[in-house]
Design a protein around this ligand. Structure first.
Ligand SMILES: [Ca+2]
Ligand SMILES: [Ca+2]
Length: 94
């Protein structure tokens, strides 16, 4: 019984470590894809990301604003033209 008690904690802490890593990932990516943003906030962010103001946000522009968003760029770029329109960008946050 005592032996079991001593054998269990390392196993559990391993699971906790995995759970903590998963939670950290969710926290890192969550706000970016979490929704709940107001359209005007998304618009403001789109304009901020669109560094050369051509109405499209490239992966480089997105990465420059927030490297964590670049990871979901390909997912957001529905028509795969390498740029995000305002709508594609907004869909990320909806
Ligand atoms: Ca641009
Ligand atoms: Ca696109």
């Amino acid at each position: 019984m005592r032996k079991n008690l001593f054998r269990d904690p390392p196993k559990r802490s391993g699971l906790y470590a995995i759970a903590a890593a998963l939670a950290a990932t969710v926290i890192a990516v969550g706000p970016a894809v979490g929704g709940g943003m107001k359209p005007e906030e998304v618009n403001a962010m789109f304009k901020k990301a669109d560094a050369n103001a051509d109405g499209k946000v490239t992966k480089e522009e997105l990465k420059a604003m927030d490297p964590t968003l670049a990871e979901i760029f390909d997912q957001a770029d529905k028509d795969k033209d390498g740029r995000l329109t305002n709508k594609e960008f907004a869909d990320l946050f909806s």
